[in-house]
Design a protein around this ligand. Structure first.
Ligand SMILES: [Zn+2]
Length: 94
């Protein structure tokens, strides 16, 4: 029995648009969420997620997960509709 694997087995990566900035953002995520990023890092971060939906969503996701883990969900201020779309995304990702 020989299994056939083709390129089509794998879903297309949705994040072709990732840049070097996105790499930095993902490194900053933890710092931002823990409130340990420097003011300069915060500015860079906030500016980036205003323009980059994938990093914005990552940040929201991380905040949600962190909130779930630490029980501080009430600190996450997002519209319900966004929460729903993020939860849907999380389920797609997991
Ligand atoms: Zn980005």
């Amino acid at each position: 029995m020989e299994a056939k694997y083709t390129e089509e087995v794998y879903p297309k990566a949705p994040d072709d648009a990732r840049t070097a900035d996105c790499e930095q953002i993902s490194n900053l995520l933890d710092l931002m969420i823990d409130g340990e990023a420097s003011p300069e890092e915060q500015r860079f971060f906030n500016h980036h997620i205003e323009e980059c939906i994938s990093c914005f969503e990552n940040h929201q996701k991380q905040k949600l997960l962190k909130g779930l883990v630490t029980g501080h969900l009430k600190r996450v201020i997002v519209p319900q509709s966004l929460v729903h779309s993020i939860k849907a995304k999380i389920q797609e990702t997991l």
